[in-house]
Design a protein around this ligand. Structure first.
Ligand SMILES: *Cc1c(COP(=O)(O)O)cnc(C)c1O
Length: 737
């Protein structure tokens, strides 16, 4: 006898639920089956599809009593002597929990849900797949660190649906906030992006026995990355048999993966239901919904599986709207149902099921931070807001860089030193500390060069860089340790200045443009039109040594990509120099390292780069590197006073006497915030959904969002913004009086 099947999740849109595909597959196997559509919104488009004999619109999740909704659904299934195939992840999870062992519900058990919870480490182990690097981020601070470490090629993932790829701090902050409010999630999953081809496996199983599987390679995807067409083939997967057995899986499922360029497969997620493209597998002769229902009910299909095509494509089709449902959609302005993507109101259910973010209490400082801060403060409250130097931090960072230089020299055999990027923070106290560490200074203007001279730097320890190095050059003969030119015109002009005796430099070189990252800086040595001019100028320059400079912020593109870009650039430059008989002796590796980079990792990156360079160029006799924010960002803080604490719909906000004028680099890194009521100890504010607003009458004067303000916060308390010693210092501005 043909079975009766209730199928849920029937919305069909750009990001469809699987119900319609499941129903079509069942109809193909049993023309006489009785198919009932289940959804939680009358706006779900598939409710109008003629493949269904009946529709059942259940109360929406916001209003529903969850226990009653689940029990009502089970009653509906049992009273029809039917089975149920779910199409909505959270609905399936809820039913698994509330009605364990109910055999009419063709869905995995609670243990199986646990095994596939994102990022799916346990599932990946069973399936023999890798898991991309991930972080369960508590807030924007650890999330930013993860993003920087992975060159901003990351995903922010909802626990069930939704993934966004934020490319900067503002987008990341928005994505975290959305994930927290949409899914009621405390911690938010961040995952490294893996380049490669996306693949999926759809499968069906009953009580841990695999009933079949098919693999799909996406051949067309929507701008949101959703499947629009795919190639399907049968798949034998030993790992899948083991996974299904181990989890005791019942129901449909999907394994989403990406295959990288080396052929390694990485797990993206396992879904506890059939995917929306499941009917594509049916068309390829593998009807998994029918196999599942047949195995569960014992009714054999009336039509055999048959291969119609090895691939599928979606089309958009107008069908008559069911009259009863038309009214529900006609009310008000035409709009995509409930919040765009989720007519079945999954986010509402998620929020109801999640415990929700627990407000974080301010945290005690670790001993070292407490000592660092104590050494700097108190600040006279009359001076608030004030930027303060954390002297012990500066000293430690200088020592760390000295250690890096020594380690690079030791590992590469090439004398190595660093030249601090003055523009990052030209504070005389910083320059003095650099000078006393026997390090150099890297400047981008004559004014900065004069500042270094005034601070006591000998001329041969100053590196002159940048596109405007001769701006306001007074012609008085000047000396530098090294000069790197930013363009061919800059090089020609500099060679002329050296020839006529106005400039002396030990090293002359060019900055290499990164080949694969858009940049306004540097010379593209692979461009044939400039090559002759470049080598002629270098050969003609009356200098002792020739150098090459490469700078592309690793804090933006990640260390791995930095090394790839460097390798391509230095290889092209080395080829050209070898052909022209120009010998390169000095290698200068830019700044742009995140302050969070560990000294060992910085050493490692530099050693690798030097090895690549000496392999391509032959030996060099000097390596320079140019840290800026790596040295100074953590070494200063901005002290401020709370003026006002206000309530808003999204929690509280504190208005302080500091602003984005003192913290202009708020867009690139979140400043950790310490709090101290008068007379008390400093404590650190944890992640949350509240904000600190600045004193300026500007909408964007919101120096810090995404934190939890302490319950007792009041006007007159002090906040200390850490990590304000880099561009926050050099770019700070006067706004008003
Ligand atoms: C700005 C700059 C640096 C320092 O960059 P950070 O991001 O502060 O580390 C180093 N070298 C050159 C040539 C620069 O222009």
């Amino acid at each position: 006898m043909a079975p009766t099947v209730l199928v849920s999740g029937v919305h069909s849109g750009p990001n469809p639920s699987p119900g319609l595909g499941v129903a079509r597959s069942l109809r193909l196997a049993w023309p006489g089956a009785r198919l009932v559509a289940v959804d939680y919104s009358a706006a779900a488009t598939g409710l109008s599809a003629t493949v269904f004999d009946r529709v059942l619109v259940r109360p929406d999740w916001a209003a529903a009593d969850l226990a009653a909704t689940c029990a009502g659904l089970v009653d509906a299934v049992l009273s029809e002597d039917a089975v149920f195939v779910p199409g909505l992840d959270l609905e399936a999870a809820l039913l698994a929990e509330r009605h364990p062992g109910q055999r009419a519900l063709l869905l995995p058990g609670v243990a199986a849900f646990d095994a596939v919870r994102k990022p799916g480490v346990e599932a990946a182990r069973l399936l023999g797949l890798r898991v991309p690097a991930y972080l369960l981020a508590a807030g924007i601070e650890d999330a930013t660190e993860f993003a920087v470490a992975h060159g901003w090629r990351i995903w922010v993932k909802g626990p069930r649906y939704e993934a966004t790829a934020p490319a900067d701090l503002t987008a990341l902050s928005g994505a975290l906030h959305r994930a927290r409010v949409t899914w009621g999630a405390g911690e938010v999953l961040l995952q490294q992006h893996v380049d490669g081809v996306e693949e999926s496996i759809v499968f069906a199983a009953l009580d841990g026995v695999l009933l079949g599987a098919a693999a799909m390679r996406k051949t067309l995807v929507t701008p949101e990355g959703k499947t629009w067409a795919g190639a399907v083939e049968p798949v034998e997967h030993a790992g899948l048999v083991e996974f299904v057995r181990h989890t005791g899986w019942t129901g449909g499922g999907e394994v989403e993966m990406v295959r990288d360029d080396d052929g390694d497969r990485h797990l993206l997620e396992v879904n506890p239901r059939f995917p929306a493209w499941v009917h594509g597998a049916t068309l390829a002769g593998i009807n998994l919904p029918a196999r599942l229902v047949s195995a569960a009910t014992g009714s054999s299909t009336t039509r055999p599986e048959s291969l119609l095509a090895n691939g599928f494509v979606r089309v958009v089709e107008e069908i008559p709207a069911a009259p009863r449902l038309l009214g529900a959609r006609a009310a008000g302005a035409p709009a995509w149902p409930t919040g765009g993507k989720h007519p079945s109101a999954m986010p509402v259910l998620a929020r109801r099921l999640a415990a929700g973010p627990v407000p974080t209490e301010p945290l005690d400082l670790d001993e070292r931070t407490a000592a660092d801060v104590a050494a700097t403060l108190p600040v006279d409250p009359g001076d608030s807001p004030a930027r303060v130097l954390l002297r012990p931090v500066l000293d430690r960072r200088i020592a760390a860089l000295t250690g890096v230089a020594r380690a690079v020299a030791g590992a590469s055999g090439v004398p190595t030193g660093f030249a601090y990027s003055v523009k990052t923070n030209p504070d005389p106290r910083v320059l003095d500390a650099v000078l006393r560490a026997d390090a150099g200074a890297e400047v981008i203007s004559q004014a900065e060069a004069r500042r270094c001279a005034a601070a006591g730097f000998p001329a041969d320890r100053v590196v002159l860089n940048g596109p405007a190095k001769w701006w306001r050059f007074d012609g008085v003969p000047a000396k530098y340790g090294a000069v790197f030119c930013d363009s061919l015109a800059d090089l020609t002009r500099t060679v002329d200045l050296i020839r006529d005796g106005s400039v002396h430099t030990d090293v002359l070189g060019v900055r290499l443009a990164p080949p694969g990252v858009p940049s306004r800086f540097g010379v593209d040595v692979s461009d044939p039109t400039g090559q002759a001019r470049l080598v002629d100028a270098l050969r003609a320059a009356p200098v002792g040594r020739i150098g090459l400079h490469f700078h592309c912020a690793a804090s933006r593109i990640g260390q791995a990509r930095w090394l790839r870009e460097f390798t391509i650039a230095i290889t092209a430059a080395a080829d050209l120099c070898a052909r022209a008989g120009v010998r390169v002796q000095c290698l200068d590796l830019g700044g742009g390292w995140s302050p969070a980079t560990r000294a060992e990792d910085l050493t490692d990156a530099l050693v690798r780069a030097v090895r690549v360079a000496t392999d391509r160029l032959g030996t060099v006799d000097q390596v320079l590197f140019e840290p800026g924010k790596y040295l100074v960002e953590p070494a200063m803080a901005v002290f401020s006073t709370v003026l006002d604490v206000r309530d808003g719909p999204a929690g509280r906000a504190a208005v302080v006497d500091a602003s984005v004028a003192e913290l202009p680099d708020w867009t690139t890194h979140p400043h950790p915030v310490l709090w101290r009521p008068p007379g008390a100890n400093w404590r650190r504010l944890g992640p949350g959904d509240e904000a600190v607003l600045g004193r300026l009458c500007m909408e964007h004067d919101r120096p810090r969002e995404g934190l939890a303000l302490p319950p007792g916060l009041r006007a007159g308390d002090h906040l200390l913004f850490l990590d304000a010693g880099g561009y926050d210092a050099s770019m700070s501005y006067q706004f008003g009086v």
